[in-house]
Design a binder for this molecule. Structure first.
Ligand SMILES: Cc1ncc(COP(=O)(O)O)c(C=O)c1O
Length: 358
């Protein structure tokens, strides 16, 4: 039997055996009452996790698909893309490649998108949508989306706030309704700790209304088309039934853990990795906005990441190199999903042992 490495990478994350098994139950037809019951059940659990009473759509797609679908149906004038790393930049590239009018506001790697920055940018143009990556996986920065949302809702009521919560949804608290978000999307292979291929997207009534006004927006992710089916607990196209079955089981575990406990567990793991990084390396990103799910460690010791990785593999673990421009300058340790403090402590002990740190 092949030995599988425990994944401390920011997706896909470690998937428990019981969740893998939950995919392997007999197939059901997606136009049956059994499927509708399944979707209804899982949706209610997702709504609890996102503190929302609004729609939560499921797509057989990774997050990139919804990033594209969401931006296409959210603007009739101009989009503001905020950029603080590779994934937020990708949302800008997606916006451009769909022919939408857009501008960017960008901060250096390691910095966060702040309400002030968004305010200054929105004041300068006739925007009707803004994109924000809440947890920039490439830099380990978590931008203060609650505060950004407060600004947008109070000062720019016509602007839709589209949030990529890909690497933090189900790992940190996101109060979709109270904060006043319009779109909040994520794939299940990160903090939900499932295999990839399914994405979740909460959509506000405001975003639905905007979608109704947009004429050319594609079909697959069209919220209006999806809503027709959502109302009867179905999806327009064939859903990823096995993954949804597994998600339904995983949501029970998440809710049984207790949402506040889950958020606290992620912070506890993050604190542990940060302390270690401060002791032996350096944290790359702004201390005020560190991610609770992935830590970007600056490689101030000039270690050979390839060698560290190879040694960790022998011991059954995997971490990530720095992303894009930060490759080899940083390395990333993810602490999300079904990992616990003991897993993280074990990993750090392994690294200390391999690198002779004490
Ligand atoms: C913040 C963020 N956004 C978007 C994506 C793209 O997700 P996917 O490759 O699952 O489409 C990722 C992937 O790591 C991500 O971390």
């Amino acid at each position: 039997m092949r030995m599988y490495k425990k994944l401390f990478i920011p997706g896909p994350t470690h998937v428990r055996d019981s969740i893998l098994q939950a995919q392997a139950i007999p197939m059901i037809g997606h136009r049956t009452p059994e499927y509708a019951e399944l979707q209804k059940a899982v949706t209610a659990k997702l709504q609890k996790t996102l503190y929302t009473n609004q729609r939560v759509f499921l797509f057989a797609s990774t997050s990139t698909g919804i990033m594209e679908g969401a931006v296409r149906q959210s603007s009739t004038s101009k989009v503001l893309n905020t950029i603080c790393g590779e994934f937020s930049n990708r949302w800008h590239e997606i916006t451009v490649s769909n022919g939408l009018h857009c501008d960017t506001v960008e901060v250096p790697l390691g910095q966060a998108i702040t309400p002030d920055l968004v305010d200054r940018a929105l004041a300068g143009g006739a925007y009707d949508a803004v994109t924000v990556v809440m947890n920039e996986t490439s830099t380990g920065v978590m931008s203060p989306v609650a505060e950004i949302a407060a600004l947008v809702r109070n000062k720019y009521p016509e602007v839709l706030l589209l949030v990529d919560a890909v690497s933090c949804m189900a790992g940190v608290k996101i109060e979709f309704d109270t904060w006043g978000l319009d779109v909040c999307l994520a794939g299940v292979q990160k903090c939900f700790a499932l295999p990839p291929g399914l994405s979740v997207c909460a959509v506000s009534e405001r975003a639905m209304e905007r979608s109704r006004q947009v004429k050319v927006k594609g079909h697959y992710f069209d919220f209006v088309v999806n809503d027709e089916y959502y109302q009867r607990n179905q999806t327009p196209a064939t859903p990823a039934i096995s993954l949804i079955q597994a998600l339904n089981v995983q949501m029970d575990t998440i809710l049984a853990e207790g949402l506040e406990n889950r958020w606290a567990r992620h912070i506890e793991m993050a604190d542990c990795v940060r302390d270690w990084a401060r002791t032996y390396f350096r944290l790359f990103s702004d201390e005020r906005y560190l991610s609770h799910t992935v830590t970007n460690v600056e490689n101030v010791r000039g270690i050979d990441f390839g060698l560290l990785s190879a040694e960790l593999a022998k011991r059954g673990a995997m971490i990530s190199n720095g992303y894009g421009r930060l490759k080899n300058k940083c390395f990333r340790i993810a602490h999300m999903g079904d990992l616990h403090l003991d897993d993280v402590r074990w990993l750090l002990d392994q690294i200390n042992d391999i690198l002779n740190l004490s």
